[in-house]
Ligand binder design. Structure first.
Ligand code: ATP
Length: 212
Protein backbone atom coordinates (compact mmCIF):
# COMPACT_ATOMS: atom_id res chain seq x y z
CA UNK A 1 0.00 0.00 0.00
CA UNK A 2 1.29 3.46 -0.74
CA UNK A 3 1.78 6.50 1.46
CA UNK A 4 -1.76 7.86 1.15
CA UNK A 5 -2.68 4.79 3.16
CA UNK A 6 -1.11 6.22 6.32
CA UNK A 7 -3.97 8.70 6.67
CA UNK A 8 -6.61 5.97 6.54
CA UNK A 9 -7.59 4.30 9.85
CA UNK A 10 -6.66 0.64 10.07
CA UNK A 11 -10.26 -0.55 10.36
CA UNK A 12 -11.07 1.30 7.11
CA UNK A 13 -7.96 -0.07 5.40
CA UNK A 14 -9.04 -3.60 6.25
CA UNK A 15 -12.34 -3.08 4.41
CA UNK A 16 -10.66 -1.77 1.24
CA UNK A 17 -10.18 -5.18 -0.43
CA UNK A 18 -13.85 -5.94 0.20
CA UNK A 19 -14.97 -2.69 -1.45
CA UNK A 20 -12.46 -3.17 -4.23
CA UNK A 21 -13.70 -6.63 -5.20
CA UNK A 22 -17.34 -5.55 -5.29
CA UNK A 23 -16.62 -2.36 -7.26
CA UNK A 24 -14.56 -4.30 -9.79
CA UNK A 25 -17.56 -6.51 -10.50
CA UNK A 26 -19.87 -3.48 -10.71
CA UNK A 27 -17.51 -1.77 -13.14
CA UNK A 28 -17.28 -4.92 -15.25
CA UNK A 29 -21.08 -4.98 -15.50
CA UNK A 30 -21.03 -1.40 -16.82
CA UNK A 31 -22.44 0.37 -13.76
CA UNK A 32 -21.28 4.00 -13.41
CA UNK A 33 -22.58 4.95 -9.99
CA UNK A 34 -23.34 3.14 -6.75
CA UNK A 35 -25.15 4.31 -3.62
CA UNK A 36 -23.91 3.62 -0.09
CA UNK A 37 -27.10 1.62 0.50
CA UNK A 38 -26.35 -0.69 -2.45
CA UNK A 39 -22.76 -1.09 -1.31
CA UNK A 40 -23.89 -1.73 2.23
CA UNK A 41 -26.21 -4.53 1.12
CA UNK A 42 -23.50 -6.14 -1.02
CA UNK A 43 -20.56 -6.02 1.37
CA UNK A 44 -22.56 -6.27 4.62
CA UNK A 45 -21.09 -3.13 6.17
CA UNK A 46 -23.56 -0.53 7.50
CA UNK A 47 -23.97 2.48 5.26
CA UNK A 48 -22.87 5.03 7.90
CA UNK A 49 -19.53 3.21 8.12
CA UNK A 50 -19.26 3.13 4.34
CA UNK A 51 -19.90 6.87 4.11
CA UNK A 52 -17.26 7.55 6.76
CA UNK A 53 -14.78 5.20 5.08
CA UNK A 54 -15.34 6.81 1.70
CA UNK A 55 -14.89 10.30 3.11
CA UNK A 56 -11.24 9.34 3.77
CA UNK A 57 -10.84 8.61 0.06
CA UNK A 58 -12.09 12.06 -0.90
CA UNK A 59 -15.07 10.35 -2.52
CA UNK A 60 -18.03 12.35 -1.30
CA UNK A 61 -21.18 10.93 -2.83
CA UNK A 62 -24.10 13.32 -3.25
CA UNK A 63 -27.37 12.35 -1.63
CA UNK A 64 -29.45 10.21 -3.95
CA UNK A 65 -26.72 10.30 -6.56
CA UNK A 66 -24.16 7.81 -5.29
CA UNK A 67 -20.45 7.36 -5.82
CA UNK A 68 -18.57 7.35 -9.06
CA UNK A 69 -17.53 3.73 -9.66
CA UNK A 70 -14.49 4.42 -11.88
CA UNK A 71 -13.16 7.08 -9.51
CA UNK A 72 -13.36 4.70 -6.56
CA UNK A 73 -11.88 1.85 -8.54
CA UNK A 74 -8.85 3.83 -9.61
CA UNK A 75 -8.39 5.08 -6.05
CA UNK A 76 -8.50 1.54 -4.66
CA UNK A 77 -6.21 0.19 -7.35
CA UNK A 78 -3.64 2.83 -6.48
CA UNK A 79 -4.02 2.47 -2.73
CA UNK A 80 -3.94 -1.31 -2.72
CA UNK A 81 -1.00 -1.34 -5.14
CA UNK A 82 -3.03 -3.46 -7.51
CA UNK A 83 -0.70 -2.60 -10.36
CA UNK A 84 2.05 -4.50 -8.62
CA UNK A 85 1.98 -8.21 -7.81
CA UNK A 86 3.02 -9.04 -4.24
CA UNK A 87 5.02 -12.23 -4.15
CA UNK A 88 4.21 -14.61 -1.35
CA UNK A 89 5.90 -17.69 0.11
CA UNK A 90 4.04 -20.58 1.73
CA UNK A 91 5.58 -22.85 4.36
CA UNK A 92 3.92 -26.23 5.05
CA UNK A 93 2.38 -28.05 2.10
CA UNK A 94 -0.10 -30.14 4.12
CA UNK A 95 -3.84 -30.26 3.50
CA UNK A 96 -4.41 -26.54 4.10
CA UNK A 97 -1.19 -25.45 2.36
CA UNK A 98 -2.06 -27.55 -0.68
CA UNK A 99 -5.49 -25.94 -0.87
CA UNK A 100 -3.89 -22.47 -0.91
CA UNK A 101 -1.41 -23.45 -3.60
CA UNK A 102 -4.25 -24.71 -5.76
CA UNK A 103 -6.33 -21.59 -5.16
CA UNK A 104 -5.76 -18.85 -7.66
CA UNK A 105 -5.37 -15.74 -5.49
CA UNK A 106 -4.36 -13.57 -8.43
CA UNK A 107 -7.91 -13.79 -9.77
CA UNK A 108 -9.26 -11.46 -7.07
CA UNK A 109 -6.23 -9.62 -5.80
CA UNK A 110 -2.70 -9.18 -6.97
CA UNK A 111 -0.87 -11.60 -4.77
CA UNK A 112 0.88 -14.67 -6.03
CA UNK A 113 2.41 -17.58 -4.15
CA UNK A 114 5.72 -18.04 -5.96
CA UNK A 115 7.33 -20.82 -3.91
CA UNK A 116 6.61 -23.24 -1.08
CA UNK A 117 8.69 -25.09 1.50
CA UNK A 118 8.25 -28.35 3.38
CA UNK A 119 10.43 -30.96 5.07
CA UNK A 120 8.60 -34.01 3.74
CA UNK A 121 10.86 -35.62 1.14
CA UNK A 122 7.79 -36.92 -0.72
CA UNK A 123 6.68 -33.31 -1.32
CA UNK A 124 10.06 -31.64 -1.87
CA UNK A 125 10.89 -31.37 -5.56
CA UNK A 126 7.25 -31.53 -6.68
CA UNK A 127 4.99 -28.74 -7.95
CA UNK A 128 1.59 -28.08 -6.38
CA UNK A 129 -0.79 -25.84 -8.30
CA UNK A 130 2.16 -24.83 -10.49
CA UNK A 131 4.21 -23.71 -7.45
CA UNK A 132 7.57 -25.40 -6.77
CA UNK A 133 8.04 -27.03 -3.35
CA UNK A 134 11.57 -26.77 -1.91
CA UNK A 135 13.13 -28.20 1.22
CA UNK A 136 13.04 -25.90 4.24
CA UNK A 137 16.84 -26.14 4.36
CA UNK A 138 16.86 -23.99 1.22
CA UNK A 139 14.70 -21.20 2.73
CA UNK A 140 17.52 -18.68 3.18
CA UNK A 141 19.02 -19.17 -0.26
CA UNK A 142 15.67 -19.16 -2.13
CA UNK A 143 13.95 -16.17 -0.50
CA UNK A 144 14.65 -12.82 -2.15
CA UNK A 145 13.74 -9.21 -1.45
CA UNK A 146 10.61 -9.16 -3.64
CA UNK A 147 8.97 -11.76 -1.40
CA UNK A 148 7.62 -9.82 1.57
CA UNK A 149 4.72 -11.95 2.75
CA UNK A 150 4.57 -15.50 4.11
CA UNK A 151 1.70 -17.91 4.73
CA UNK A 152 2.32 -20.37 7.57
CA UNK A 153 0.50 -23.69 7.37
CA UNK A 154 2.92 -25.84 9.37
CA UNK A 155 2.30 -27.73 12.65
CA UNK A 156 2.15 -25.27 15.59
CA UNK A 157 5.33 -26.45 17.31
CA UNK A 158 7.56 -25.44 14.38
CA UNK A 159 5.83 -22.11 13.68
CA UNK A 160 8.06 -19.91 15.87
CA UNK A 161 11.49 -21.08 14.64
CA UNK A 162 10.30 -20.81 11.03
CA UNK A 163 8.93 -17.32 11.76
CA UNK A 164 12.30 -16.26 13.16
CA UNK A 165 14.02 -17.40 9.97
CA UNK A 166 11.46 -15.64 7.75
CA UNK A 167 11.84 -12.38 9.68
CA UNK A 168 15.61 -12.70 9.51
CA UNK A 169 15.30 -12.89 5.71
CA UNK A 170 13.20 -9.73 5.50
CA UNK A 171 9.60 -11.01 5.47
CA UNK A 172 7.33 -8.12 6.57
CA UNK A 173 3.94 -9.78 6.92
CA UNK A 174 2.84 -13.24 8.05
CA UNK A 175 -0.55 -14.86 7.61
CA UNK A 176 -0.48 -17.38 10.44
CA UNK A 177 -2.86 -20.33 10.11
CA UNK A 178 -1.27 -22.26 12.97
CA UNK A 179 -2.68 -22.06 16.50
CA UNK A 180 0.72 -20.77 17.72
CA UNK A 181 0.99 -17.18 19.00
CA UNK A 182 4.03 -15.79 17.26
CA UNK A 183 6.63 -13.44 18.72
CA UNK A 184 7.91 -10.98 16.15
CA UNK A 185 9.62 -7.57 16.20
CA UNK A 186 7.22 -4.62 16.24
CA UNK A 187 7.85 -3.79 12.61
CA UNK A 188 6.47 -7.15 11.45
CA UNK A 189 2.76 -7.60 10.93
CA UNK A 190 1.12 -10.92 11.81
CA UNK A 191 -2.48 -11.73 10.94
CA UNK A 192 -3.63 -14.77 12.82
CA UNK A 193 -6.37 -16.96 11.40
CA UNK A 194 -7.17 -19.95 13.57
CA UNK A 195 -9.84 -21.80 11.62
CA UNK A 196 -10.70 -24.18 14.50
CA UNK A 197 -11.32 -21.23 16.85
CA UNK A 198 -13.35 -19.36 14.24
CA UNK A 199 -15.56 -22.42 13.73
CA UNK A 200 -15.94 -22.96 17.47
CA UNK A 201 -16.84 -19.33 17.99
CA UNK A 202 -19.45 -19.47 15.21
CA UNK A 203 -21.06 -22.52 16.83
CA UNK A 204 -20.96 -20.77 20.23
CA UNK A 205 -22.71 -17.70 18.84
CA UNK A 206 -25.36 -19.81 17.11
CA UNK A 207 -26.10 -21.61 20.39
CA UNK A 208 -25.99 -18.61 22.70
CA UNK A 209 -27.23 -15.75 20.55
CA UNK A 210 -29.74 -17.37 18.20
CA UNK A 211 -31.40 -14.88 15.86
CA UNK A 212 -35.18 -14.75 15.78
P1 ATP B 1 -0.74 -33.80 5.71
O1 ATP B 1 -2.02 -34.59 5.79
O2 ATP B 1 -0.23 -33.59 4.30
O3 ATP B 1 0.36 -34.26 6.64
P2 ATP B 1 -1.67 -31.76 7.50
O4 ATP B 1 -2.06 -30.36 7.18
O5 ATP B 1 -2.67 -32.64 8.15
O6 ATP B 1 -1.13 -32.36 6.14
P3 ATP B 1 0.43 -31.00 9.39
O7 ATP B 1 0.99 -31.96 10.38
O8 ATP B 1 -0.38 -29.85 9.89
O9 ATP B 1 -0.34 -31.88 8.35
O10 ATP B 1 1.64 -30.42 8.54
C1 ATP B 1 1.45 -29.52 7.51
C2 ATP B 1 2.64 -29.59 6.58
O11 ATP B 1 3.77 -29.03 7.23
C3 ATP B 1 3.02 -31.01 6.19
O12 ATP B 1 3.18 -31.06 4.79
C4 ATP B 1 4.36 -31.24 6.89
O13 ATP B 1 5.22 -32.06 6.13
C5 ATP B 1 4.89 -29.83 6.95
N1 ATP B 1 5.91 -29.61 7.98
C6 ATP B 1 6.07 -30.22 9.16
N2 ATP B 1 7.14 -29.73 9.82
C7 ATP B 1 7.66 -28.78 9.02
C8 ATP B 1 8.78 -27.90 9.11
N3 ATP B 1 9.57 -27.87 10.16
N4 ATP B 1 9.01 -27.07 8.07
C9 ATP B 1 8.21 -27.05 6.99
N5 ATP B 1 7.16 -27.85 6.85
C10 ATP B 1 6.88 -28.71 7.84
Amino acid sequence: MNNEQTKIPQATAKRLPLYYRFLKNLHASGKLRVSSAELSEAVKVDSATIRRDFSYFGALGKKGYGYNVSYLLSFFRKTLDQDEITEVVLVGVGNLGTAFLNYNFTKNNNTKIVMAFDVDEAKVGTEVGGVPVYHLNELEERLHERITVAILTVPAHVAQPITDRLVQKGIKGILNFTPARLNVPESIRVHHIDLAIELQSLVYFLKNYPSE
